[in-house]
Structures are given as structure tokens and as C-alpha cells.
Write a protein that binds this ligand. Structure first.
Ligand SMILES: [Zn+2]
Ligand SMILES: [Zn+2]
Length: 242
């Protein structure tokens, strides 16, 4: 059977699989809750990022408008929506999604994100942080794009998957300190010259740590004429920007 003919049966196969195999919690194996591969208890246990800096979403012990970092030097984006903290058990789902090609974990993460209170002002576009072609080939998918698809769909926002490009293959940020992270992503991104940008977009990534990648992308978008750039990430790691 040719590939395109085969792909036509895939939605049906998915529905059949759901009929035979009901939703199961990816973390504990209990029955999943209304259309989610997580049980109610595990979903409740995921660490929410409710008390955080309004500008960079850094977790804070008490509510405050801005963290010390943002008071000293504002980041190049305008607002952040980062509903979770990068901690147990969310980190388990995220690493299965990102490093073990577990796309069911990715779908569960998108669904959980969509259940969190949305920002008051919605962007015209969602722009997922792009991967370099080399990493895209080795991983097989862009985790930011996979998270962005259901959000764009359900929130009714255009998904601009090809408007921003990664020019350089950069070392994985995980092993680097804050300063090295900034250097590592410098001049790594460019806009697609054919893009006509709206006034307000949201950059979307999976995990935000120092924000170096998002900052670099935000600068590129501002230079291209975007007036307001928000950053959306699933989870915030507690690291500061320096
Ligand atoms: Zn569970
Ligand atoms: Zn901040």
C-alpha cells in the first residue's frame, strides 16, 4: 500500500486504538481522565507556576510584579505565559516527549497547557522556536511545534511554523551556563524574508531556563518590525537570566 493511502486510515486506527485501549495515565498507569493520558491525581500534582514574575515567569516565593533581574534589565520580550514549573513529575513527561519520541506525552502536555488560564491579550500568530535541520532530522520532530499545534488549533491562532529559521546548528543548551547560553544562540536565527509580520506574536518553546534562546528570537522578531513579542513556554526552570 502506498504511504498516502495508508495515512488515510490513520485517524480510524487511532479511534480504534482508543476503543480497545482507553486513556491510561502516563505517570502511574491508573485510568486517564476525560480525554487525557493522565489520571486526575497526577494531573493535579503537576507544579503550577502561579506565583511568578509578570515579565519573565521566574518562580517567586510571593506575588510580585517583577523579579530582580527584570527590574535591573528588562528582557527583549513583552510578556510571558509559562503555566508550569519544570519539576517533578512534569519533567518526566517532558523528557519522554523530548528525548524518547513519546508523542502521547507531548499531547498530554499540550492538553494540560490548554486547561490553564490564558493571557488576556492573544497574539495574531504563534511562532514555535525552530530547530536546526540537523537536529530536526535526528529527533524527527520539533517539540515546540508539536506543543504549538493543539494550542493554535484550540485558541484559533495562526501557527507560523516557517516564519523564523534556525541558521546555525548550536550545542545543546542543557550543559551550558547562562553566559554561554547567550553566546551559543547569538546570530543563530533569522526571519523568513517573505514573511509579512503582524503586530503581535507569541514565540513558543517547551522549557524556558535562562530564556537566552527566546530572547535571541525576540530580538530577531523585533528587528523584523514585530511590535509586541510574548513568550509562551510550557514550563519554567528556576534558573535566572544571569
Ligand atoms: Zn497517574
Ligand atoms: Zn523577571
Amino acid at each position: 500500500m502506498r504511504m498516502d493511502a495508508l495515512s488515510r486510515f490513520r485517524p480510524l486506527a487511532g479511534a480504534l486504538q482508543r476503543f480497545v485501549l482507553p486513556y491510561r495515565c502516563l505517570l502511574c498507569g491508573a485510568a486517564g481522565e476525560d480525554g487525557l493520558d493522565l489520571c486526575r491525581d497526577c494531573a493535579t500534582e503537576l507544579p503550577r507556576n502561579r506565583t511568578c514574575c509578570a515579565r519573565c515567569a521566574l518562580p517567586m516565593p510571593q506575588p510580585a510584579a517583577l523579579c530582580g533581574q527584570c527590574q535591573r534589565r528588562a528582557p527583549p520580550w513583552d510578556a510571558a505565559w509559562v503555566p508550569f514549573r519544570y519539576a517533578w513529575p512534569l519533567d518526566r513527561l517532558e523528557s519522554r516527549f523530548k528525548f524518547a519520541a513519546d508523542l502521547a506525552a507531548g499531547r498530554a502536555l499540550s492538553s494540560l497547557w490548554l486547561r490553564e488560564p490564558p493571557p488576556s491579550q492573544m497574539p495574531a500568530w504563534i511562532v514555535p522556536v525552530p530547530l536546526h535541520l540537523r537536529r530536526l532530522r535526528s529527533r524527527g520532530y520539533n517539540q515546540a511545534l508539536e506543543l504549538a499545534k493543539p494550542l493554535a488549533d484550540r485558541l484559533g491562532i495562526a501557527l507560523a511554523a516557517d516564519a523564523l529559521r534556525r541558521l546555525r546548528h548550536t550545542a545543546a543548551q542543557t550543559e551550558l551556563g547562562a553566559l554561554e547560553r547567550r553566546r551559543n544562540v547569538r546570530a543563530a536565527f533569522a526571519v523568513n524574508p517573505r514573511t509579512i509580520w503582524p503586530a503581535h506574536v507569541a514565540l513558543l518553546d517547551d522549557v524556558m531556563t535562562t530564556g537566552a534562546t527566546l530572547a535571541e528570537c525576540a530580538r530577531v522578531l523585533k528587528r523584523a518590525g514585530v511590535q509586541r513579542v510574548d513568550v509562551w513556554a510550557l514550563a519554567r526552570a528556576p534558573s535566572t537570566r544571569n
